[in-house]
Write a protein that binds this ligand. Structure first.
Ligand code: GLU
Length: 326
């Protein structure tokens, strides 16, 4: 009996010893969370792609990234500023507004916001049911339109484009504030007539909305010259309708405005962590781009555009090393 107890104790001691030395040898793990958007958008799979690339090198950097579905751009920036998230994806216009104290951050500039890199372009996408007769922004008057949840980037984009054609979303239409992920079903159930989503293409959300029984189109956003003059962060773009063959206007080229999506963090996030993520995404760019079709157009140069908050020093260190910044 004593013998076996001794054996157990010895065994436990060995096990413990083994664990201690193994733990000492391993790199300390830093857990980081990336805020994304709704699961049928592009931010969510993009965040997943970033996490996958950096987690593959966990043994080297000790960084373990996880992804969270969120209310998107505005929510992500606010959560990063509070320290609830380490990273997030946000539209370039929202990054600009947050850092400079505009829109939702009027008078409250977020001076700790830091840019890491830019991602794929996004387009202000206005989906409307055919039976609602909406073929232009002006036709939305009096209709039930989801402009987006308060944490979204698209909410302000919808307000801006409507303002540019003289429509006040408070007075001239029935504006809803639901999450983008719920909007396709709401259109199909005839609970709304259309919705706005600022998003990269192709994506599951617009596929879902345009493939249902209630026929939908993507409405061109035109006559918005005042918007382009007033806000430098919007640029003209088009939506490739080949992605949505079941849309009512699948044969048209849809005109709209857009901006880049960007990857942001806080000045409080350690340099080494930001360096590791930046380096791994840039050095595995070809495999990163294959993780979602909306990422296909990325280049090392395009990923340094649309960044208005100061670069995080960890990202800057990589860009200098790689010769991307002089
Ligand atoms: N651009 C959207 C927003 O910030 C999110 C798009 C997405 O999740 O792909 O509101």
């Amino acid at each position: 009996m004593y013998k076996s107890l001794l054996a157990v104790m010895l065994g436990a001691g060995l096990l413990l010893g083994g664990m201690v030395s193994e733990a000492a040898a391993a790199v300390k793990t830093t857990f980081v969370t990336i805020g994304t958007g709704g699961i049928t958008g592009v931010y969510y799979p993009t965040g997943g792609a970033i996490a996958k690339i950096v987690n593959a090198k966990k043994a080297q950097y000790g960084v373990r990234a996880t992804v969270e579905a969120t209310g998107a751009s505005v929510f992500n920036i606010n959560a990063i500023m509070k320290g609830d998230l380490e990273f997030g994806i946000a539209q370039a216009d929202r990054q600009y507004q947050a850092y400079n104290g505009l829109a939702e951050w009027a008078g409250k500039p977020q001076k700790k916001l830091r840019a890491v890199f830019a991602l794929a372009p996004e387009a202000v996408t206005f989906v409307a049911a055919e039976d609602a007769g909406i073929k232009s922004l002006k036709d939305a008057k009096g209709k039930r339109i989801n402009i987006g949840n308060p944490g979204s980037g698209n909410r302000q984009n919808a307000i801006d484009v409507f303002n540019a054609v003289g429509i006040d979303v408070e007075k001239d239409l029935h504006a809803e504030g639901i999450k983008a992920a719920d909007a396709p079903r709401m259109v199909q159930d005839d609970r709304i007539d259309g919705f706005f989503y600022t998003v990269g293409h192709p994506n599951g959300n617009i596929k879902e909305a345009t493939a249902g029984k209630r026929k939908c189109r993507i409405v061109s956003i035109t006559d918005i010259e005042p918007l382009l003059k007033q806000f430098p962060y919007y640029s003209l773009t088009t939506i490739d309708m080949k992605n949505y063959p079941e849309a009512a206007n699948a044969n048209e080229t849809v005109q709209t405005v857009g901006m880049l999506a960007t990857f942001v963090t806080s000045a409080d996030v350690p340099d080494d962590v930001v360096y590791a993520i930046t380096k791994e995404v840039f050095e595995n760019l070809e495999s990163f781009k294959k993780l979602h079709p909306a990422l296909g157009s990325l280049t090392r140069q395009s990923m340094l555009e649309g960044l208005t908050a100061p670069l995080h020093p960890g990202a800057e260190r990589y860009y200098r090393e790689a010769g991307l910044l002089k």
